[in-house]
Each structure stands twice: as structure tokens, then as C-alpha cells.
Design a protein around this ligand. Structure first.
Ligand code: MN9
Ligand code: PYR
Length: 305
């Protein structure tokens, strides 16, 4: 079973208010930027959404609000990964009940599976909570610490998860990416999650893209994909390099916290990050703005913080 997630899918930030509570009102504005820049979907409560820093009730609220705001304009994939198999199953059942388009689940990350079979068993227990909903394994070893070969996970999981749709591959390993793409005649969706390598991944057959930078810099990726379609590899590389310069700045300024600061520069205040992440200082925001100002890649003109 495979569903056609084509186009860019953003992984939205979860907005917090000044007291640190989830600010669901921001979702309308976040979705407006996505529609404006031709993004096709939202992958909510994942890494970028600080999903693992939210309570279960907060995760459900955020997912509900995204599905409501998205209507038929955006597809919503809900991240339902959890260290507790029971909570992951609850979140999966909830995603199905509210009308999400799909669900994605990471490996458990406290007691970690030691083998592909153990992981597939965990995923199958979760997926059974919504047997008709397209189910993606979310491979992200940098945060889960689980580094089992994703193609082997898919092969094994396909035997026990009838609704397995594919893998959300947040992994720079382009050898394993190809194994996932080619597995079983190419029957699985491979949603790539390393924005700065998207050109390489699409060239190797990735079927979709899910990432944090599509929240605010989708235009540069659209230009890159258009250049690739037209066979202009040199232009495609130049556009990818725009993304690479952005990602280098994100790395230098601490990743997610910098991404939220960029949303504010676009006019969408997503508030602070949640502990243990550290808030940006005013000076850091200005320095980040100066660093990004020369890049012509954003969905809206950047405002000085
Ligand atoms: C670890 C992480 O957050 N990965 C994101 C999605 O999977 C990416 O979208 C990155 O934020 C992006 O590629 C920048 O490194
Ligand atoms: C980028 C992504 O997929 C995430 O934030 O989970």
C-alpha cells in the first residue's frame, strides 16, 4: 500500500506563547505561509514540532488543529512516536480518528530495539491501532539512537503491517536510501528528511520530502526541482547550495531554535523553544538575520528582529 505524497511537506514548529503553553492560534498563520509557497503537506509533532517535548494532550491538540486548518489544502501526517508503545498506539488511533492522512512512528528511544525484528514488532503493535491509515516508519538515528538498516526494517515490517506505506528517511545514508527506494520493485514511499541533500535524494528516486526548512524556504526547493526537471543540473546545484548555506547557518545557531527565529522574521511568531532547548537571545536573532539577509530563498521577505 503506497500513497502519493508528492511535493514538499513541511514539518511545522509548534508555537508556544509567552508562558510556554501551546499557541494553537499560530497554526492558521503557519499554514498560510505553506499554502502561499505551494507546500503540499504538514508533518506535525515531529522533531521540528518538538513533539517529544509535548504532553500527549498537547500533541493531540496540535494534530487536531492542523487537520482542521488544513482542510483539503494540505495533507497532514501526524508523528506518533513515543517511548511507550501504548502511548504511540493511542496517538496513532487519535490521528486516524481526527482524519489525518497518515501517521509516522519512530523507533522507541529509551529501551531501544536491538534487532530489526524487535523494532518491527513494536511498530506493528502501534500500527494495529489504525489498520487503515497509511503508516510510515520514521528513521531518524541522530535522535533515537536506533541505527538499524531502514530497508531491512521495511522488509520485515511489511510482513506484519498491512498498511505500511513507506519510510520517512531522516538519514544522510544514501546507500540505504537507494535500498529503500528499490525494495520490492519500488512499492514503498520514501520521504526524505535531510533538506540540504534533497537534490541527491530526489535524483536517487526519493518520492517525497519532509523537512523543517520547507516551512519558510520552499521557493528555493521549487526552483531546484524545476531546474532538475528541465535537465539543468548546474542551476539545480546552485539552488541546493542556497539551502546548504541556510542549513550551515542553522547549525551555527543551534538548529531548531534558529528555525523558530526565522519564522518570526517571516512575520509568524512561533514563540520560544521548550526546555531543554535554549531560547535565542536578541543579539543572536540579529546576527542570524544578518547572516541570512543575502540569501534569496525565503517564502517572504525577512524582517529585521
Ligand atoms: C534532525 C532534523 O530536525 N531533521 C529535519 C527533518 O527530519 C530536517 O528538516 C533538518 O531540520 C534540515 O535538514 C536541516 O538540517
Ligand atoms: C523534519 C521532520 O521530519 C521533523 O521535524 O520531524
Amino acid at each position: 500500500m503506497s500513497s502519493p505524497f508528492t511535493g514538499l511537506i513541511a514539518a511545522p514548529f509548534t508555537a508556544f506563547d509567552a508562558r510556554g503553553a501551546v499557541n494553537r492560534a499560530a497554526i492558521v498563520e503557519q499554514a498560510a505561509v505553506l499554502r502561499e509557497s505551494n507546500v503540499r503537506g504538514a508533518f506535525v509533532c515531529g522533531t521540528t514540532g518538538e513533539g517529544l517535548s509535548l504532553t500527549t494532550a498537547e500533541r493531540q491538540t496540535v494534530a487536531e488543529e492542523w487537520v482542521r486548518v488544513a482542510g483539503d489544502k494540505l495533507k497532514v501526517i501526524v508523528h506518533a512516536g513515543h517511548a511507550s508503545v501504548a502511548e504511540a498506539a493511542n496517538l496513532t488511533a487519535h490521528a486516524a480518528a481526527i482524519g489525518a492522512a497518515a501517521v509516522a512512528v519512530t523507533a522507541p528511544f529509551y529501551f531501544r530495539p536491538g534487532s530489526v525484528t524487535e523494532l518491527a514488532t513494536f511498530l506493528a503493535e502501534v500500527a494495529a491501532a489504525a489498520p487503515k491509515l497509511p503508516f510510515y516508519y520514521y528513521d531518524i538515528p541522530s535522535t533515537t539512537g536506533v541505527n538499524l538498516p531502514a530497508a531491512d526494517v521495511l522488509r520485515r515490517a511489511a510482513k506484519v503491517i498491512p498498511n505500511l506505506a513507506g519510510v520517512k528517511f531522516s538519514n544522510p545514508d544514501l546507500l540505504t536510501l537507494q535500498e529503500c527506494v528499490q525494495l520490492d520493485g519500488g512499492r514503498f514511499d520514501v520521504l526524505f528528511g535531510v533538506d540540504e541533500y534533497l537534490l541527491a535524494a530526489v535524483s536517487l528516486g526519493a518520492t517525497g520530502a519532509v523537512g523543517s526548512t520547507y516551512n519558510y524556504a520552499a521557493p528555493v526547493y521549487h526552483r531546484m526541482l524545476a531546474a532538475l526537471r528541465e535537465g539543468d543540473l548546474e542551476a539545480a546545484c546552485r539552488h541546493q547550495y542556497g539551502s546548504a548555506q541556510l542549513v550551515r547557518a542553522l547549525i551555527d545557531f543551534g538548529g531548531l531554535r534558529a528555525g523558530k527565529a526565522i519564522m518570526k522574521m517571516l512575520g509568524v511568531d512561533c514563540g520560544p523553544v521548550r526546555s531543554p532547548l535554549r531560547p535565542m537571545t536578541d543579539d543572536e536573532e540579529v546576527a542570524l538575520y544578518e547572516r541570512l539577509r543575502p540569501l534569496d530563498i525565503f517564502a517572504r521577505p525577512l524582517r529585521r528582529p
